[in-house]
Design a binder for this molecule. Structure first.
Ligand SMILES: [Zn+2]
Length: 445
């Protein structure tokens, strides 16, 4: 039997966003500079938070009996439009083509020096990395984690407003946090063979140092019905492993990547079938990692090594063909009344000539893989991601020109669909340009 994830927030938990609306609207307490008193205040805050978490969703639930809008966000790390375009023209991405035809799409401006945890946390909170605190993979010598988030993320705001939330394999969501639904962590989850959690993946049963699943009891259900899946993409091979065994190591790695994608597809399909939520966010991250070291570039590009780069020039584009199949599975759960967003945190481009002597150039991801492409360039040319949207009231066949949409706009736009006011700390705006002007419900700023 699937665990009941429809229950509202029902477990005691520590307040994580002392500056957030939840606590500030419930109580006004200031922490003391004296340790003893501070401890008492923290305990009081915790108790009040529990009371608030119980009270607010119920109040929100009573306000409205009509069904909530349904929104599904599919994240694809590092999705690069320059690689997608030829595949679209060749007809190799039929599902993404359907989304484009029935929706709006374009580039998605990202944050400076983008990487997954930094950008995802910006999407969650619509605040700057320096404000939300998750500035990179490692912050202050510690692997970034949800306890570092200093601004309230969208899953918390939605949960408080009676919107059920489901999140699966979203980067920077470890340890998982309570939501009115479920959360399964993604990139930065720590465990066996992935002790620091950075760009590696433990199996669900081998996670250590925090909970990978909320509610806890859902873990056993997933192990039984989905299997012991890898929580994130595979670690990239090191230069030493590749030398002399390039073809073999590349093929083995790609097989592993495909296995992870199949596990994720099964997980997403299971969750959308057995645990439908008003708001769902699911992410794939193998595309980005493949791009970093198998970007299909021709000579001469900085870092080009035919022994590696000429082995599988189709490997990176193939990731998107496979992703399109995942999207096909998700689309089976999307009806005309559901909003679908496909977003990437950034794109990815080949290394540039000036990066060759820059020590920063080859330091992406574990610092050992011979990378040939990346997304944070020394000249500040941060590679934009991409954005696709379709749903009720969203324009058809609309191409966003320029860099109108940014990663800051994702949370405000989603909140707007649910009729939730944008909190004042959020820096983005509602993407009104994608909605039909006649749709009064969703086209207001
Ligand atoms: Zn990357």
């Amino acid at each position: 039997m699937p665990v009941d994830t429809s229950a509202r927030l029902n477990e005691p938990n520590e307040p994580r966003f002392p500056g957030g609306d939840l606590l500030s609207s419930c109580i006004i307490l200031r922490t003391s500079r004296y340790e003893g008193l501070a401890m008492v205040v923290r305990r009081l805050l915790a108790i009040f938070a529990i009371l608030c978490l119980h009270a607010v969703p119920l109040a929100a639930q009573n306000q409205s009996t009509k069904p909530k809008p349904r929104v599904v966000v599919v994240g694809v790390n590092g999705m690069e439009l320059d690689i997608l375009r030829p595949l679209l023209i060749k007809g190799e991405l039929p599902n993404l083509a359907t989304v484009i035809k029935n929706g709006a799409y374009g580039k998605l401006r990202t944050v400076p020096a983008p990487n997954c945890p930094r950008v995802y946390s910006t999407m969650f909170t619509s605040t700057k990395p320096e404000e939300h605190g998750v500035t990179g993979f490692v912050v202050g010598g510690i692997t970034a984690n949800t306890n570092m988030l200093k601004e309230e993320p969208i899953w918390s705001i939605l949960s408080k407003n009676g919107v059920t939330v489901g999140m699966a394999n979203v980067p920077a969501t470890f340890p998982v946090m309570p939501v009115s639904g479920y959360m399964i962590s993604g990139m930065l989850t720590r465990g066996k063979n992935c002790e620091d959690g950075v760009l590696c993946a433990p199996k669900l049963s081998e996670v250590e140092g925090g909970d990978p699943v909320y509610p806890k009891e859902m873990k056993a259900e997933l192990l039984k019905n989905v299997g012991d899946f890898l929580i994130d993409c595979e670690r990239m091979p090191a230069a030493g492993d590749l030398k002399g065994h390039e073809r073999e190591v590349i093929d083995e790695w790609l097989e592993r990547v495909q296995l992870i994608r199949e596990q994720q597809t099964k997980l997403f399909d299971y969750l959308l079938t057995k645990h439908p939520t008003d708001f769902t966010w699911m992410v794939q991250s193998c595309e980005d990692r493949t791009g970093h070291w198998l970007y299909p570039i021709a000579p001469f590009n900085v870092g080009y090594n035919p022994a590696i780069d000429a082995v599988r020039p189709d490997a990176f584009p193939h990731q998107y063909v496979q992703f399109d199949k995942v999207l096909g599975t998700i689309l089976k759960h999307i009806d005309d009344n559901t909003y679908l967003f496909v977003v990437s945190d950034h794109g990815i481009k080949p290394l540039r000539e000036f990066e060759e002597t820059d020590p920063h150039a080859h330091m992406d991801h574990e610092k050992t893989t011979p990378v040939i492409a990346k997304h944070d360039f020394a000249d500040g040319d941060d590679v934009p991601g991409s954005f696709f949207a379709m749903g009720p009231g969203i324009k058809h066949d609309l191409r966003l020109m320029g860099l109108e949409a940014t990663v800051y706009d994702i949370a405000p736009t989603i909140l707007h669909i649910y009729g939730i006011e944008q909190p004042k700390q959020m820096r983005g705006h509602v993407l009104t340009e994608i909605f039909e002007a006649s749709d009064k419900n969703v086209a207001r700023k």
